[in-house]
Ligand binder design. Sequence first.
Ligand code: UDX
Length: 438
Amino acid sequence: MKIAVVGTGYVGLVTGTCFSETGNQVTCIDIDQKKVEMLTNGEITIYEPGLEKLFLRNLKEERLVFTTNLEEGIKDAQIVFLALPTPPGEDGSADLRYVLGVADNIGKLLTDYKVIVDKSTVPVGTAEKVHAAIAKNCKVEFDVVSNPEFLREGVAVDDFMKPDRVVIGTSSEKAKKYMSDLYAPFVRSGNPVIFMDERSAELTKYAANSFLATKISFMNEIAQLCERLDADVDMVRRGIGSDERIGKRFLFPGIGYGGSCFPKDVQALVKSSTEVSYDFQILNAVMDVNEKQKLHLLPKIRKFFKGDLKGKHFALWGLAFKPNTDDIREAPALYIIDALLAEGATVSAYDPEAMNNVKSVIGDKIQYAESQYDALTGANALIIATEWNEFRTPDFLKIVSNLKSKVIFDGRNLFEVEAIGELGFHYESIGRPAAVKK
Ligand code: UDX
């Protein structure tokens, strides 16, 4: 099929590349000329494992092309995806300026039937607004479909190529046929394409992310309780996760969720609820718990250093909001850095991918180490903020010889408490007993 994707951000680029991989002819459109030039020249603009290989292959085969010209880009397309930003406005609601702006322009350009698809995460009712924006200037038949993405950063290619489900919101039989043909190669495994109305599809996206965020905040509260009741959250997690109704995944406590989706989507759903006079109480608590959780290690650190962090030096492993990404949006590590610096401490950080991004935001307020072990040199303690695989089985001898004292505060529960205690570390993590230095 012939596809156009408007917006070459994270979602747009993954969507365009993956559709071209199954043999579709894809044109990606962006107003950013520099970005379009880079992409045309084979320079990928985001870090996403596995994407570059597919991107280069399809670029070479000319199944994937880039342009700044909307008219040219959508001319031959049967389906046009809108993968545009919906940043939170000041009140937390999603800002639809970009989506509706492009819809307006598309309306002026349509000359034959096309399916216009909202891929961006948008509030309930947006498909109707997009429809109205296009219809204003348009004389030909068209349909607007809601098709939310469920891509996790770091595994987005897999999530796209082998989705657990594809949600498609449309009331048009014709659009339904186009969309099922397009997605057929992606659901060969038998996973479902779930058709529904536009509004339910829009709400499904927010409900999925808000539910997962709730699961995390719930476990973070159980972890808080474990610390006060001398229980071990790892045991409780395993105990409840083996109940199929609960499920094993997304039960890991830590120093809170971050990223570009959960914080924004939970906030937007609360805002949408308020607009229809509904107080979504659970989600308010989910956000509250998460804000507190980001700084959960701080009281432990303060207590260990008897309330005085002035002049103390900390090694920090992990800056990205989660592993396998360079994304630092709402990353707990940044909140920890702020708090440490405010109390007069210094920080030397290491992250395999996210250091440049942090540098561009906070500059040389902290030191950036060449390796995870370099970060430890002369530090009074190590703090772990992201569970990169390379942090999971480190060389403890190197840690011991580089750190000033054997002290670790682990926000991601990477190590077995007993084993690390035997190595002589003072070790505190989330919701588990501490290993206390004798
Ligand atoms: C999420 C959704 O998973 C995806 O479907 C959606 O479309 C976009 O938002 P992403 O933000 O990439 O994807 O990250 P994800 O892997 O889901 O993790 C989100 C956050 O939850 C991270 O900060 C992670 O550290 C945290 N998390 C996750 C936990 O604290 N505990 C867990 O058990 C799982």
